[in-house]
Design a protein around this ligand. Sequence first.
Ligand code: ADP
Ligand code: 5GP
Length: 210
Amino acid sequence: MPSETDGVMIVLSSPSGAGKTTLVKMLSNMDNFDVSISHTTRQPRLNEISNKDYYFVGEDQFRRLIKNEEFLEYAKVYNNFYGTTRTPVIDKLNKGKNVLFDIDWQGADQIKNKNLDYKLITFFILPPSKKVLFDRLSNRDMKDKLIVDERMKQFDRDVLHWINYDYVVINDDLQKCYKKISNLINAEVSNGSKDYDKEFIRNHVEKLIS
Ligand code: ADP
Ligand code: 5GP
């Protein structure tokens, strides 16, 4: 049973470009929320800050961390490794901080299967349409059309994982989406009523992949 004083684990996953990193940053400004900083072997983007957005490491160092069993979860995503080290997360949760994770479905599955003694709430973020997703990816990864194509191709496969999450939220208007997620987190923590329509989401997914 999770203790009342421990923090809550909040996972956000999505197909690339749907907006989870943006939303995690917004949610991290809520009182008592912290972001789990992942390790990755991917190259930093122009606007990314080392040790804040990610710990950027080489593949040798990443493999050392795997060997030393330091990861709570890790996965290979788009040819790079990504992982969450266990100690900083557990320290924060034990201090009562809520921890936000921007991780893919493989990492979310691993954390879920660990059945840790902390409350876990999982969110899957969807774009309003493929066209909007393409525009967002093109804006973000302007220099690299190949990355955009690769991530659009992956979309139809990634989206199928929506079913394994507690809540699926459509990121159309950013503020509305943020509000929806923060309301659901608050309702989960206080055992309040949740405004959530799973059939609406099922229909939206069908439209996205048709
Ligand atoms: P992800 O982490 O899911 O890959 P990002 O958070 O990096 O996605 O968002 C992809 C791009 O879309 C970024 O340039 C971000 O600023 C933009 N973006 C995110 N949400 C919205 C939104 N609701 N409306 C318009 N642009 C958005
Ligand atoms: P990006 O390269 O766009 O920052 O991230 C690519 C994908 O890797 C995203 O789906 C992101 O959520 C995921 N990711 C980032 N950090 C981690 C992590 O620590 N573990 C796992 N499993 N996935 C991660």
